[in-house]
Design a protein around this ligand. Structure first.
Ligand code: SF4
Length: 487
């Protein structure tokens, strides 16, 4: 496609009426004066107030912004220790000792935008551009399936080369490529905001969760960091997931890129985003929240000179406050972080991680790391097998389960059971079954040894004899060669 037609394409992407219809009295849900006022008002929270808020979170109730502001402003280190504990307790209560694992798959890095922090920005002439053909994509999928992956997050830059029709084709390839027992059972998508009509195309081919991260909720910072392209429109991005819900894609993922602006403001931005989705879609908020931290990227000087950098301690705090604020929402921790931070932060309430990640376009089938084809530089380069083994040593079972989505346990249904703390009644048995498949088909002898012990422990802890009986039967059938059995 030539330069002129790219320009024409860009002029037709944004549909102003699909922004305006979601606003209240012409205003979006990020009221900066109100957020700043909350942070100021709650600048010295009392000990008892913090403990009362923790009790509310533990009761699996979403916090109000004023309560989240109080947590964000806590300066008592002993109370932070209590909050870390509470974060873990909430996670155990809702999700059990289970971590869902997925692989990121970068499909195309052509991009019409120029986000100053991103290695893929259109004006980065040191980024090597690539756009997978369906044959190349098939090779990537095969390489991932052969490692044991069942879930993907497929990532695309914003460009006519990766429009909704292209994304739909790639989803079909992801679902139809099989290797032996292996297959991709769930493909989530991280792509540019789309119109309701385009999202309906993706709904029809079985898109998993649709993720769009606002990056920063602060209007003027957003404007400064996204100077050109479609992404310069804050409102088009802010309501991307409202449109997804209207298109019938009822699992959506929000996120902020921490390190672009004040972290306390961004946490409240995420909470207001959750509240607006819940308000407008009958109580169904985001399925997941992501909180990537800004990482170095090739030829991207903005990152070195940026003053909002988040240190490890603050990172752990912000993850904890998100956990406490939306106790029933999935939280995704990515391989941007190094293994020791990941192990630490998992303990305050994360529910999903990527593992064995290679974020270079075409990187899995080539088996190499290629910084010129990456959006940023990864902190965790462990293989899937190593990551799973480390989690197992911590007592976490890796789940490749995708049963919930395929049985329609999404959107409203999922939120209902999550809010009642009942997800793990089905999910832990299914985690055991998919983990068993992984151990049989892909694991190293060391991982098998740790993993089998873990399965035994988790089996003993299952809620009742009926479930145990069914799991025993399914384990027997899996050992005999059957796959994809779930409760
Ligand atoms: S962050 Fe996304 S939209 Fe922005 S330049 Fe990078 S790939 Fe493009």
């Amino acid at each position: 496609m030539g330069a002129v037609s790219v320009k024409e394409w860009m002029q037709n992407v944004i549909k102003p009426e699909q922004i305006e219809k979601y606003k209240d009295n012409g205003k979006d849900f990020i009221n900066e004066a109100h957020i700043n006022e909350l942070l100021l008002k709650k600048c010295q929270p009392e000990k008892q107030e913090i403990r009362d808020i923790m009790a509310k979170s533990l009761n699996l109730e979403r916090l109000e912004p004023e309560e989240t502001a109080a947590l964000l402003n806590c300066t008592d280190e002993d109370l932070w220790q209590e909050m870390y504990q509470t974060g873990l307790q909430i996670k155990q209560k809702v999700y059990g000792r289970r971590i869902v694992t997925f692989a990121p798959l970068y499909i195309s890095n052509y991009c019409v935008n120029s986000c100053v922090y991103c290695g893929f920005r259109g004006n980065n002439d040191q980024s090597i551009r690539q756009h997978l053909t369906m044959d190349e994509l098939r090779e990537e999928i095969k390489a991932l399936v052969q490692k044991g992956h069942k879930r993907l997050i497929m990532v695309y830059g914003e460009h006519p080369k990766s429009d909704a029709h292209y994304i739909a084709e790639t989803l079909k390839v992801a679902y139809s490529t099989k290797v032996g027992h292996g297959e991709i059972r769930r493909s989530n998508v991280n792509a540019a905001p789309m119109s309701i009509e385009d999202l309906e195309i993706l709904r029809d081919v079985g898109i998993g969760t649709f993720q769009v991260f606002q990056e920063t909720y602060h209007h003027s910072t957003y404007k400064k960091l996204h100077p050109r392209g479609i992404k310069a429109d804050y409102g088009w991005r802010l309501y991307a997931l409202h449109r997804a819900m209207d298109a019938g894609v009822d699992d959506v993922g929000i996120g902020a890129l921490f390190g672009l602006y004040d972290w306390k403001f961004e946490v409240l931005g995420l909470l207001f985003h959750t509240i607006d989705l819940e308000k407008k879609f009958a109580g169904v908020g985001p399925h997941t929240i992501s909180f990537p931290r800004l990482e170095p990227a090739v030829n991207t000087p903005f990152i070195e000179n940026n003053s909002y950098k988040i240190d490890d301690e603050t990172f752990k705090k912000l993850v904890t406050v998100i956990r406490l604020s939306v106790p029933y929402t999935g939280m995704i921790l990515t391989a941007r972080e190094n293994p020791s931070i990941r192990q630490d932060v998992i303990q305050v309430g994360c529910t999903q991680i990527d593992a064995g990640a290679n974020i270079a376009i075409g990187g899995y089938s080539k088996g190499s790391v290629d910084y010129e084809r990456q959006q940023f530089i990864l902190g965790d380069n462990r293989s899937l097998d190593e990551a799973i083994r480390d989690l197992a040593k911590l007592g976490y079972i890796t789940s490749f389960c995708t049963a919930g989505y395929r049985c329609g346990r999404t959107g409203n249904y999922f939120m209902e059971i999550a809010k009642k703390g009942k997800v793990h009644h089905l999910c832990m048995p299914n985690a055991i079954l998919t983990f068993k498949e992984y151990l049989l088909d892909y694991a190293s002898p060391e991982t098998i040894e740790v993993g089998e012990k873990l399965i035994q422990n988790e089996f003993e802890a299952l809620p009742n004899d009926l479930v145990k009986k069914q799991v025993t039967e399914f384990l027997r059938r899996i050992e005999a060669g059957e796959r994809d059995l779930f409760l």
